[in-house]
Design a protein around this ligand. Sequence first.
Ligand SMILES: C[S@@+](CC[C@H](N)C(=O)[O-])C[C@H]1O[C@@H](n2cnc3c(N)ncnc32)[C@H](O)[C@@H]1O
Length: 324
Amino acid sequence: MAASRNLFSLFHRHRVIPVEYLGPPSSALFSTQIVGDTPILVRDFIHKALYDPNVGYFSQKSASVGVLDSSIKFNRFEGRKAYMKHLDKIYKQSDVSWFTPVELFKPWYAHGIAESILRTTNLSVPLKIYEIGGGSGTCAKGILDYIKLNAPTRVYDNISYTSVEISSSLAAKQIQTVGEVESHLSKFRVEHRDATDRNGWGDVNEQPCWVIMLEVLDNLPHDLIYSENQTSPWMEVWVERKQGEKLSELYRPIEDSLIKSCIEILDMPDATAGGSRVSSAMKNIWAKVFPKPRWCWLPTGCMYYLLKFRNFYKFYMELYQRCL
Ligand SMILES: C[S@@+](CC[C@H](N)C(=O)[O-])C[C@H]1O[C@@H](n2cnc3c(N)ncnc32)[C@H](O)[C@@H]1O
């Protein structure tokens, strides 16, 4: 069975990737170039919309990650209301759609992470830090600054900080940000690649390391499943290009293994399960008479990453992640 619906309205209705977060829909974001002649799964569509080297949001916009010109002076605020007012002013003055916590609370947010690393790591071995999706490099710079000022010199001298960044413009921006302190540059390198590609990581290295990801797991592509009413089975959602230009959704029975395992892990209730035969017959009739279509976002990109890498980071795997 296949049916289609307008994709754009879905982005407005569902909460996992609110449209405000991505900024106003641009020709690049919803470019029909993203979808070729054959339909693609929603996660592949999102992946391309975000990271395609030519039309992707993070590749195209040099200011895709908001950067504050200077730190916010928190001690000058009288309270939360004053802070919110200031935030409002900052957003109005800037043309970026969002700032992340490490930017808004710079340098303190990164300093907090650095302090926690210093307190919990065996500093007799060289400190090895990986940051995935480092955005503008604010976290890397803050951590290196803090370690330079607060740790024994040998710890700073021997540190290795590797950033793995999918966007070429952000990779370049990170070198620029970290390079504001020249001595950091010999300790810092950026690998411009997709961190979810296992091949990029080479062999397992037994040396302890830290892995930092800020605002990344929830940025990994999601899938969407659909059910036409309260009792119909879930279908996987694909995106197709119709009549050359218009993008629409296509619903197919669930076959994708990632979607299947995500549904299993999330233990999503089957609407038809449970209850007597009479009550499920009633439910079916009710659903036919008053159908309520259902959609559900699945964090398949995040799940894929975590399943693939759970045995890879052998020692310290620290996910500083606000929400999933
Ligand atoms: C929302 S931004 C967060 C940036 C920064 N961590 C912060 O908190 O300000 C997401 C970042 O993750 C990067 N990213 C997303 N998926 C990635 C992947 N698969 N591999 C490497 N980097 C990725 C994006 O290019 C971007 O730099």
